[in-house]
Design a binder for this molecule. Structure first.
Ligand code: KG4
Ligand code: ZN
Length: 353
């Protein structure tokens, strides 16, 4: 079973061809970073136009790299949401057109499901597992019991962690996207250099909050030297201190989630980390240490499967097609699409689903 996957929900135009035996025949990602950099963040209208300009050609290249033709496909999967709606519409419409012309099943994949199942593509792990999904738009702990079977244990009450990394980078003048730049600056810094708050630490439950931490970084940043080596050293210390606080938060919340997971499922717990922030080596290290201390198995997909890509969308399409979960061609793209619609609402304004 060969699946074409399409991802256009944010600022990466991506197309991939994946086989149901977990072989990735093609996995192309076209980053729009340079188009958004002048604005210091993703501009939805710019993103939608760039997807429109590049997607057709990218799909053609992916098919060529994979050495397959449309009749060889078992289906076409595209991210159907959540995300920037202009981009999602581009991907969904393209996938529907290919499906209609070639008489193929169409699968609308939840972008978060793509991240959630990526470790089954990379590592072939079995259900159930605990998922820590940390990206630019999401920060969630979920139990994954099967395809479409998710229980959200916690989410962020304000910013997603990737968003916090991006904002910290912006306030320190490091550039965009911020995550990798903060990580690089932190490498030469002292994580004890600044005393930053650890929101939610030690509290029961699995919800996250990063806005207080972000505000504390903003205050600290205002007091840094204006330029020169002293500033560079202070920026490094502040980045390291921020990253350490984020690591404490992730470890604390994930420890609570592991306890809930264990109460539901016997045996060795598997902890999967996914999403763009999972590319952070320091945070991976913190979670590896937590998993070791808790006797859990940590699975972290390779970096290119952690950040946005279409291979994970193709794979989720394969898992859905196996179960006959295809979508009609009148599927409407969804700007919001929670993985666990039953999850109790978090009692704060501005909570991310
Ligand atoms: O999953 P992703 O590619 O896109 C979505 O948000 O869906 O995640 C992108 C986010 C950005 O906020 C980026 O700054 C963050 O992941 N990120 C990182 C690192 N690499 C990417 N954050 C911390 N450390 C990194 N090395
Ligand atoms: Zn993503």
């Amino acid at each position: 079973m060969i699946m074409l996957g399409i991802e256009t929900s944010c600022d990466e135009t991506a197309a991939a061809v994946v086989v149901d035996d977990r072989r990735i025949l093609a996995d192309l990602v076209l980053s729009q970073e340079s188009e958004h950099r002048p604005f210091g963040g993703v501009v939805p209208e710019v993103a939608a136009r760039a997807h429109l300009a590049h997607l057709d050609g990218l799909i053609g290249r992916a098919m060529q790299v994979a050495g397959v033709d449309f009749p060889d496909l078992a289906g076409v999967a595209a991210t159907g949401g959540p995300g920037l709606i202009g981009g999602v519409i581009v991907g969904v419409t393209t996938a529907k057109a290919i499906a209609a012309v070639h008489g193929l099943p169409f699968l609308a994949v939840n972008h978060l499901e793509g991240h959630a199942l990526s470790a089954r593509l990379s590592d072939g792990i079995a259900y159930p597992y605990l998922l820590l999904l940390v990206s630019g738009g999401h920060c969630q702990l979920l139990i994954v019991d099967g395809v479409g079977d998710y229980r959200r244990l916690g989410t962020t009450m304000d910013d997603a962690l990737g968003e916090a990394f991006d904002k910290v980078a912006k306030m320190l003048g490091l550039g965009y996207p911020g995550g990798p730049l903060v990580e690089r600056a932190a490498r030469s810094g002292d994580s004890g250099g600044f005393a930053l708050p650890r929101p939610m630490l030690g509290r029961p439950g699995c919800h996250f909050s990063f806005s207080g931490l972000k505000t504390a970084v903003r205050h600290a940043a205002a007091g840094l030297p204006a330029a020169g080596p002293a500033r560079d050293a202070a920026v490094a210390d502040l980045c390291a201190s921020f990253q350490a606080a984020a690591g404490d938060a992730l470890a604390d919340r994930t420890r609570n989630a592991l306890a809930i997971f264990r109460a539901r499922h016997a045996g060795v717990a598997t902890l999967v980390i996914a999403g763009g922030v999972a590319a952070n080596a320091y945070l991976r290290g913190r979670l590896a240490a937590l998993a070791k201390a808790e006797g859990a198995q940590l699975v972290a997909p390779p970096l290119r499967l952690c950040t946005d890509n279409a291979a994970m969308i193709a794979w989720a399409g394969i898992e859905r097609l196996r179960l006959g979960l295809t979508d009609a061609l009148d599927f409407a793209p969804r700007p919001r699409w929670p993985l666990d619609p039953q999850a109790p609402p978090v009692g704060y304004a501005g909570v991310k689903a």
